[in-house]
Design a protein around this ligand. Structure first.
Ligand SMILES: CC(C)(COP(=O)(O)OP(=O)(O)OC[C@H]1O[C@@H](n2cnc3c(N)ncnc32)[C@H](O)[C@@H]1OP(=O)(O)O)[C@@H](O)C(=O)NCCC(=O)NCCS
Length: 178
């Protein structure tokens, strides 16, 4: 069963996310970050236990990001990750957001869900705001993938500036300290 997360789910969400973060697969999440973004989170519950989570972050009028996707190691390979991404797709459709993106190492998994690899510098600068928290910093080896929902109408939104070519995280750090 997938449902929106509640405040009671935060310890389990953190346990699952951080267990993968320890292996370098995603970013660590603090309680403060999880509380702040809890409205965006859904959890997969099995037998009363939270065994997976995901968050749909809004980037722009036509772009949302699949974030913090994680499945408890003991429950992987059972279709839970797929169901959580499908929940994000349904939520993007509800919000009438046409494109979903992911920064990931799980290319095949996302391809099976309709995502396609794109050049990182086609994504708006705002996507990279989390990079300052990433130990890989400007040696990012994640793959950028996008899934476009053809049935959601194109919105006449202001342009999000794409990432400048050759952007380094030091540029972002300079911007945040300015
Ligand atoms: C990636 C992850 C979310 C997948 O969740 P899961 O519940 O194990 O995946 P599912 O069982 O839903 O798999 C769905 C499909 O993808 C395939 N798949 C899953 N992981 C895969 C992988 N690492 N490589 C290739 N295919 C994979 C499955 O075989 C399945 O294929 P099918 O539909 O043809 O049967 C999970 O392994 C995980 O939590 N990984 C660590 C954290 C992480 O990397 N998160 C992604 C951050 S963007």
């Amino acid at each position: 069963m997938i449902r929106f997360a509640t405040i009671h789910d935060v310890p389990e969400i953190q346990r699952i996310v951080n267990s993968h973060a320890e292996l370098g697969k995603m970013l660590f999440k603090s309680y403060a970050e999880l509380y702040e973004n809890l409205r965006a989170f859904a959890v997969f519950e099995r037998d009363g236990k939270v065994v997976g989570c995901v968050a749909l972050g809004l980037i722009w009028a036509d772009l949302a990001e699949v974030r913090s996707l994680a499945v408890d190691d003991n429950y992987r390979g059972q279709g839970i990750g797929k169901a959580l991404v499908q929940w994000c797709i349904a939520d993007a459709r509800r919000l009438e957001i046409r494109k979903l993106m992911s920064l990931t190492y799980e290319k095949t998994f996302f391809e099976k869900l309709g995502f396609k690899v794109v050049e990182k510098d086609t994504l708006p600068l705002k996507v990279w705001s989390d990079c300052v928290k990433c130990p890989k910093n400007d040696n990012c080896d994640e793959i950028a993938m996008v899934h476009e929902l053809a049935d959601v109408k194109v919105i006449d939104a202001p342009n999000a500036h794409p990432t400048p070519k050759g952007l380094s995280i030091r540029v972002l750090q300079g911007m945040t300290s300015a």
